[in-house]
Design a protein around this ligand. Sequence first.
Ligand code: HEC
Ligand code: HEC
Ligand code: HEC
Ligand code: HEC
Ligand code: HEC
Length: 211
Amino acid sequence: MRGVRRPPRPPIFASFADPLEGSPRVSRAVLIRLSAVASVFLLALLSLAFFWPETTHERKTNWVGAPGPTQPIAFYHRVHVNELHIPCAYCHWTAAASRYANYPPIEVCWGCHKNISITHPQIARVRQYYLAGQSVPWVRVNQQPGYVHFVHSAHVGANIACATCHGNVGSMQVVYQPIIMNMGWCITCHRQYEKKFQPYQASVDCYTCHY
Ligand code: HEC
Ligand code: HEC
Ligand code: HEC
Ligand code: HEC
Ligand code: HEC
C-alpha cells in the first residue's frame, strides 16, 4: 500500500449520509475525532477534580510561604512581638481554651492606639473601624479543609509552642504559613505522643481528625 496516493479524505458524516459508502477509513476518521473530543472532555474532568477540593471546602486561602496576604490594616507582628514584646495571648487569648484562636477585636488595638501613632495613616484606619463599631475583615492565613478537625486548646495545653506550627510569627512583617500542615505532618507528631505513660497522648485514629 505504501506509495499509493490516498484519495482525498471524505467528509466525516459521509457514512451517515450513505451507509453503503461507509468505508472503514471514514469510520476511523470519525473515531479519531470522537476520541479527540473525548480526551478533551476527560482532561476537563481531570482538571475539575484537581480544583474540586479548593471549591468544595472553601479553602480560599493558602498562604504557604512568604509573602502573606495584604491585610485591611498593615499590622506587623515584628513590631508588636519582637520589638514591643506583647505576648501572643494578649491578642489571641482563646487559643489556650478553645478550638479556634481569636483575632483581637479592634478595641484591643484602640486601647493603645488612641494615644500611640495617631497621625499614622494605618492608625487612621484603626480609628475608622473603631468608630464605625466594625470588626476588621482580616484575611485568613491558615485554614484546614472543612473535613479536618483541629483543636487549639488541646495542643496549647500540651505545651506545644505556637512556633512549632506557625513558625516564628514574632519576626514576620506580614504573617504567612511557613510549615505545610498536611496530614502526614499532623500524624508524624501524633505518633510521637502515642506511647503510653506520658502526660499527653495523641491518637492517630482517623476519627480523631475526621468526623
Ligand atoms: C497586638 C496584637 C497581636 C499580638 C501580640 C500577636 N498577634 Fe497574631 N495576629 C494579630 C492580628 C491583628 C492578626 C490578623 C492580621 C494578620 O494576619 O497579620 C494576627 C494573625 C495571626 C496569625 C494568622 C492567623 C490566620 O489567619 O491564620 C497567626 C498564626 C498569629 N497571629 C500568631 C501569633 C503568635 C504566635 C503571636 C505571638 C508570638 C502573635 N500572633 C501575637 C494580632 C496579634
Ligand atoms: C499543633 C499546631 C498548632 C499550634 C501549637 C498552634 N496552632 Fe494556630 N493554627 C493551627 C492550625 C492547623 C490552624 C488552622 C485551623 C483550622 O483551619 O481549623 C491554626 C489557625 C490559627 C489562627 C487562625 C484562627 C483559627 O483558629 O483558625 C490563629 C490566630 C492561630 N492559629 C494562632 C495561634 C497561636 C497564637 C498559637 C499559640 C498560642 C497557636 N496558634 C498554636 C495549628 C496550630
Ligand atoms: C500594647 C499596645 C499596642 C497594641 C495592643 C497594639 N499596638 Fe500597634 N503599635 C504599638 C506601638 C508602641 C507601636 C510602635 C509605634 C512606633 O514605633 O512609633 C505600634 C505600631 C503600630 C503600627 C505601625 C505604626 C507606626 O507608627 O509605625 C500599626 C499599623 C499598628 N501598630 C496597628 C495595630 C493594630 C491593628 C493593632 C490591633 C490588632 C495594634 N496595633 C495593637 C502599640 C500597640
Ligand atoms: C507537634 C505535635 C502535634 C502536631 C503537629 C499536631 N498535633 Fe494534634 N495533638 C498533639 C497532642 C500532644 C495531642 C494530645 C493533647 C492531650 O493529651 O490532651 C493532640 C491532640 C489532638 C486532637 C484531640 C483534641 C481533643 O479534643 O482531645 C486533635 C483533634 C488533633 N490533635 C488534631 C490535629 C491536627 C488536625 C493536626 C494537624 C493539622 C495536629 N493535631 C497536629 C500533638 C500534635
Ligand atoms: C492527626 C490528624 C489526622 C489523622 C489522625 C488523620 N488525618 Fe486525614 N487529614 C488530616 C489533615 C490535616 C488533612 C488535610 C490534608 C491537607 O491539607 O493536605 C487530611 C486529609 C485527608 C484526606 C483527604 C486527602 C486529600 O488529598 O484530599 C483523606 C481521604 C484522609 N485524610 C483520610 C484519613 C484516614 C483514612 C485516616 C485514618 C487512617 C486519617 N485521615 C487520619 C489529618 C488527619
